[in-house]
Design a protein around this ligand. Structure first.
Ligand code: FAD
Length: 474
């Protein structure tokens, strides 16, 4: 256990120190903002302070992240718990219309449907929302409460001690610093706080490259889309599920997702289509161009050629021409993570000294469980983490009132242990499911077992009616 060194204040351990715990959040992304909302709402009833420090300027963030988030039950329930009733009621009206709750598996060579996953009870259903819309709602109360500072990049933390006991001091790249009682790392998949605390659980999935983009869909474009996409709104190809009868194709090319949002939303002036394709068997092509647009055009053309050579249906290949070429993103490796051992903080402390593994550092979202996009659960688990933390922090604030500095440190440690005992198995269940979704190979026992589970689900899907009712409630 981490114990603070002796300080003048700790000589009188029995003194009562009324406190208003100050929570510092590094990162104003989805999890950081959801948590800040939850804390601001809880602060109506318990003494709690919160401040978010976001690396980027607000305008830069608004420009980025114009992609669509699929919110499943964990994310939706998490938002409902973190946001106030009025904001949640407004946000609920902005879920993308015309988007399927679950994708349909297609045969990419014929563009015909194979299986509709919406009929499976165990496949997590989702509602779509532009990330920008979601972020705008999450920012509203935080900005109004002056609880966020932009252009503040957290570069390090230190555990410090004063007359009041133990605290966390964070340092910014502009040379300034802040002190609080708890630091929450919500700084995403490249978290430098996770590095400093010694979590050490990030890995990469290598192999192949991936292209993704989005673009507007007018009547003329809509009419040319595969009928299954027009009808079902979201399609994916079955990946390794099909390797049993067409291994060469499915090892080379994969249409990861095509999502059609047929109604316009507050941030999208017209209906949009989001697409992502993957080339697992290929290294990204190299082109002699320093012009970003030319480079993206060459990448896109290479991808289309590859798809054509593998016999993909022309109506699917044409989808890569939807949208401006500048919005295309090429990724070569996907980030994922492994569940840390239950005693990872002790190990980190032994390895890194005083600041390593310290329980005043909480980790949420991609900072602790980055995952591949296979199941679209990164944001959902990040928001779930935030909702789970709010009641813990509210309890901590109540308990702080009658605790001395040493008891406060113990309470923080206990709180972090309880939070991680719930968060780690839940989130890493999805990390592993996301990794597995790229491994539905029917030639392996795991692949067969997965398909068996899906079939069982069809047989028992009536049992899912209660779940469906709960889902409709959100
Ligand atoms: C194209 C795409 C599609 C996706 N689709 C889905 C989906 O459909 N469903 C789903 O559940 N998930 C999806 N995800 C994943 C999802 O976006 C992430 O899992 C989610 O955003 C994680 O939230 P977070 O708060 O942990 O991190 P982020 O939202 O990444 O926020 C991290 C924030 O921290 C800031 N920051 C970083 N370093 C520092 C620092 N040192 N100091 C201060 N601030 C810092 C960053 O600027 C950023 O604002 C998708 C991701 C991508 C890229």
């Amino acid at each position: 256990m981490h114990s603070p060194p002796p300080s003048p204040s700790l000589s009188s351990l029995n003194s009562i120190v009324p406190r208003r715990p100050r929570i510092l959040i590094a990162g104003g992304g989805l999890s950081g903002l959801a948590l800040a909302n939850g804390i601001l709402n809880a602060a109506n009833f318990v003494p709690l302070d919160v401040m978010v420090f976001e690396r980027d300027a607000d305008e830069d963030l608004r420009e980025r992240g114009g992609y669509q988030i699929r919110l499943a039950q964990d994310g939706i329930a998490g938002l409902k718990e973190c946001l106030d009733d009025v904001t949640y009621a407004e946000l609920k009206c902005r879920y993308g219309a015309g988007v399927a709750e679950a994708p349909t598996l297609i045969n990419p060579k014929t563009a015909e449907p194979l299986i509709r996953l919406s009929s499976f009870r165990i496949y997590a259903k989702a509602r779509a929302m532009s990330r920008r819309v979601l972020r705008a709602f999450l920012l509203r109360k935080v900005v109004a409460s002056n609880a966020i500072q932009f252009s503040k990049r957290v570069v390090a933390y230190d555990i410090v001690y004063d007359h009041d006991g133990e605290h966390v001091k964070i340092f910014f790249d502009d040379g300034t610093s802040e002190v609080g009682d708890i630091l929450v790392a919500a700084d995403g998949s490249k978290s430098n706080i996770a590095d400093q605390v010694g979590l050490n659980n990030r890995t990469h999935v290598h192999g192949g490259y991936h292209l993704a983009s989005r673009g507007p869909v007018n009547e003329a474009v809509l009419a040319k889309l595969p009928r299954v996409l027009q009808n079902d709104g979201a399609v994916v190809d079955p990946g390794d599920l099909m390797t049993i009868y067409d291994k060469p194709y499915y090892q080379d090319v994969r249409v990861i997702r095509l999502f059609l949002q047929t109604s316009k939303s507050a941030f999208l002036s017209q209906p949009h289509l989001f697409w992502a394709v993957s080339f697992p068997g290929h290294v990204p092509p190299r082109f002699n161009s320093s012009n970003a647009t030319d480079l993206k055009l060459a990448q896109k053309n290479h991808a289309k050629e590859l798809m054509r050579s593998k016999g993909i249906h022309q109506s699917i290949i044409d989808i890569l021409d939807i949208g401006s070429v500048d919005t295309i993103r090429l990724t070569t490796e996907m980030e994922t993570s492994v569940q840390p051992p239950h005693n990872w903080r002790e190990i980190a402390q032994q390895r890194m000294g005083k600041n390593g593994g310290h329980p005043r550092i909480f980790l949420i979202g991609d900072s602790v469980h980055p995952m591949t996009p296979g199941r679209g659960m990164g944001a959902n688990q990040a928001i779930r983490d935030s909702a789970a933390l709010v009641p813990y922090f509210a309890n901590l604030a109540r308990s702080f009132q009658n605790a001395n500095p040493e008891e406060m440190s113990q309470l923080v440690q206990l709180t972090n242990q309880k939070f991680e005992a719930e968060m780690l198995p839940r989130a890493f269940g999805w990390v592993n499911a996301s990794n597995r979704s790229a491994e539905m190979d029917v030639s392996t026992w795991t692949g067969k077992a997965l398909i068996y589970v899906l079939l069982l689900d069809i047989l028992y899907r009536n049992v899912g009616l209660e779940d469906k009712k709960a889902w409709e409630y959100y």
